[in-house]
Design a binder for this molecule. Structure first.
Ligand code: AVI
Length: 328
């Protein structure tokens, strides 16, 4: 039965303790801290609730978003060579349990892979991915690791008789890190993969118009993905962001070699959540993401600083995307 309007109000009041609980979540704390900064910012890691993850999957299918299909084609095209470099009985360590299509390419090409260790902060995501792969690769030892791979990372000891540990970090997710974070991540990867290698996908510097189109798709999926951050705050933190009063703004920052995504306030407005109020003037922006673009030489140099030795790097005929073999 529908509640009378006054009952709905009573319910709202009773939901105050839920708001107090929400205050303790990292999202609430980071959003409040980031909105209090100048320029205002929020970490892109908060894009990926279940709606955001679905929107990201849609982005990967968009005609303008070349990275996913280009990287997949590179992996397929060089699968044999990659498998040879990995050797028999390799254990694959995936940083982030991403799209299963990519890992399937490696599992199908590798010689008798000994194990698959996906690492993801979301246990739910991880277990769903592991369950699906267990059905397809019955003899493969799958060991999901629920952890934040940007922090100190501990992995289970290699299985008896296992070959090299091969890390897999596709999709140019490394581009969403700051340089310091990217270096820290690569240092962690070099440590846990010692004696093995890292297979890394990195998006390349290119014509700004191609980049602009990839982050300003004609169907508005990227805009919805960006705005979902505010929708998520409304859902989880009982925030009152009016989504119609924010515009998706993505542009290529040439000197910084990165796409920047912002949410720009369309008017003077006040937003509130968990007892905090923030005034945003018309035109003020919340910086939600950087997506750095690399050169092959630049990426190799960064990897060398983290202790890797560069092996082959593969790129497509148009030089859109690169896949790197980095020896740990
Ligand atoms: C996950 N990451 C590599 C994507 C990127 O291209 O930086 C996220 C994304 N943001 C907008 N579109 C896609």
């Amino acid at each position: 039965p529908h509640l009378a309007p006054h009952m709905a109000n009573v319910q709202d009041k009773q939901s105050t303790p839920a708001c107090a609980e929400a205050l303790c979540t990292p999202f609430a704390r980071d959003l409040a801290a980031g909105l209090a900064e100048q320029p205002r910012r929020v970490s892109p890691k908060y894009f990926y609730d279940s709606t955001g993850s679905q929107l990201f999957e849609q982005i990967c299918e968009l005609p303008e978003y070349y990275p996913t299909r280009t990287e997949m084609a590179l992996l397929r095209h060089h699968a044999r060579e990659i498998a040879e470099l990995a050797g028999p009985r390799a254990e694959i360590v995936e940083f982030g349990a991403g799209a299963l299509q990519k890992i399937r390419i490696l599992l199908d090409a590798f010689e008798d892979p000994a194990g698959y260790l996906p690492i993801d902060i979301s246990g739910e995501h991880l277990n769903a991915a592991a369950a699906e792969l267990r059905r397809e690769y019955a003899s493969l030892a799958i060991q999901p690791v629920a952890a934040d791979y940007t922090q100190r990372l501990l992995l289970p000891a290699p299985a008896a008789g296992a070959g090299k540990r091969i890390g897999f970090f596709p999709g140019s997710t490394i581009g969403n890190f700051t340089e310091a974070e990217a270096l820290r991540f690569l240092q962690t990867a070099a440590r846990v993969l010692q004696g093995g290698a890292l297979l890394l996908g990195a998006d390349l510097v290119k014509e700004p118009s191609t980049l602009h189109a990839a982050y300003n798709d004609s169907e508005g999926v990227t805009a919805a993905f960006n705005l979902n951050l505010l929708a998520r705050a409304n859902r989880e933190l009982d925030a009152d962001f009016d989504l119609d009063q924010f515009a998706h703004h993505a542009f290529y920052n040439v000197p910084q070699r990165r796409i920047e995504m912002h949410l720009v306030s369309r008017c003077d407005q006040t937003v509130q959540f968990c007892g905090e109020r923030f005034f945003l003037a018309e035109g003020e922006s919340i910086h939600t993401e950087n997506s750095h673009k690399f050169t092959i030489a630049g990426l190799r140099e960064l990897a060398a600083r983290a202790g890797f030795t560069a092996g082959p790097a593969w790129t497509d005929a148009d030089g859109l995307f690169s896949v790197h073999w980095l020896i740990a």
